[in-house]
Design a protein around this ligand. Structure first.
Ligand SMILES: [Zn+2]
Length: 112
């Protein structure tokens, strides 16, 4: 269960942003969640209700956008999604690849 600290830190960012723009109310929170992040949107919503209580973000709707896991080939620079065959580069066949997106959970936008 790592959703609680994630939700808490998302709330901190949201509240920080809301106070900077002078918003008294946050209505919508847009999140990007990578496939590999292992974050359950149900859990985040559950914790959100608890941690946002009595803050300007109380009652804000959460929107989740799932992004697929993407790799970049270290040899030729091609960016690709994981295929069922494995992690090799589909362009040159190299196995030296690294994750460029899909392993994180971050805030995309908030509506106030
Ligand atoms: Zn390649």
């Amino acid at each position: 269960m790592h959703e609680l600290p994630i939700t808490q830190s998302l709330l901190d960012i949201v509240l920080d942003h809301a106070s900077r723009v002078g918003a008294s109310r946050v209505t919508d929170v847009h999140l990007v969640v990578g496939d590999l992040a292992g974050v359950s949107s149900d859990c985040v919503e559950f914790y959100w209700e608890i941690v946002s209580r009595e803050t300007p973000a109380e009652g804000a709707r959460l929107h989740f956008r799932r992004v697929p896991l993407q790799f970049e080939c270290r040899e030729c620079g091609v960016v690709f999604e994981r295929s069922s065959e494995g992690f090799e580069c589909p362009s040159c066949g190299a196995e030296q690849v690294h994750v460029v997106s899909g392993d994180d959970c971050r805030l995309e936008a908030i509506d106030v």
